[in-house]
Ligand binder design. Sequence first.
Ligand code: NAP
Length: 313
Amino acid sequence: MYDLIIIGSGPAGLSAAVYAKRAGLNMLIIEKNPVSGGQIIDTYEVDNYLGIPGVNGFDLAMKFREHADKLGAEFADATVTSVVCEDEGSAEKLPVYKVITDNGEFETHTIILATGAHHSKLGIPGEEEYIGKGVSYCATCDGAFYKGKITAVNGGGDVAVEDAIFLSRFSEKVYLIHRRDELRATKILQDELFEIPNIEVIWDSVVKEIKGEDKVTTLSIENVKTKENSDLAVDGIFVAIGIHPSTDLFADIVKCDEQGYVIAGEDGATSAPGIFVAGDSRKKRLRQIVTAVADGANAVTSVQDFMVGKSKN
Ligand code: NAP
């Protein structure tokens, strides 16, 4: 029986692990991906994490993991398939949850959900068919395959602009296709983007279909203002249209908003007693490494508060 099971090993989960070990909690962190770090392992450069400007996302993830290891955090490689409440507990008694995975079942009094978020898909013809054959969701993972090629990025947020900048170092030409006439991305990134000669922004446009033979060759694009359709020859498309919380498994046990984010305040307390949330899967204003790390710390503090005053039976 654990005091705490943390589900997810991104910045929020790893921060929670560090705080939990320092608090002397008997804890387990369950990670689905064999490499800890969550979304940041795909990030080429993180320039806004205090004190480490320009750090590579993978390197930062490894530092987070080393920190948790140094304190003796226990990890399990497993995919959670469900969470079952075995005992709701009471004012004096802690609840008991069973966390069921593809690699065993674990019992715990409290849980921190730190499952983060995953890439949204376009849902257009050709997208699924050409994944790995020209359709990618990770420029830092796959960008180097497009040396001297023509690539497109779809989206207008920080990730899309970062991806376009990154790809411009390999690709002969990068198209950034955005559905509006202004970007959502931070101004500093936009300024950098507009300076790069081999990036062309295609405004007010959506990708309607991804076509090819063995690999992607063409994007069918529609200008949403003029309704004109055109074909764009590319070797690859990087989809960067935002993220979706990875919370489907927990929708029955904790309250989520209409987009699937778990509803909780800064203390991470969800609608279920003893279940807390931290990181990108929490409903909140700013999803960054720094806020995920802060969430992890706050959630562990809430776990401690929750456990104090209830005797373990
Ligand atoms: P995002 O900020 O939500 O941007 C998603 C972009 O995709 C928007 O421009 C949106 O268009 C567009 N889009 C959404 N659905 C679309 C569709 N079906 N078809 C075409 N375009 C679509 O997501 P993100 O860029 O993945 O970033 C996620 C979070 O991580 C953000 O909070 C971001 O600030 C943060 N982040 C920060 C950094 C950093 O600080 N270094 C780096 C990466 C990410 P509209 O603009 O028209 O809505």
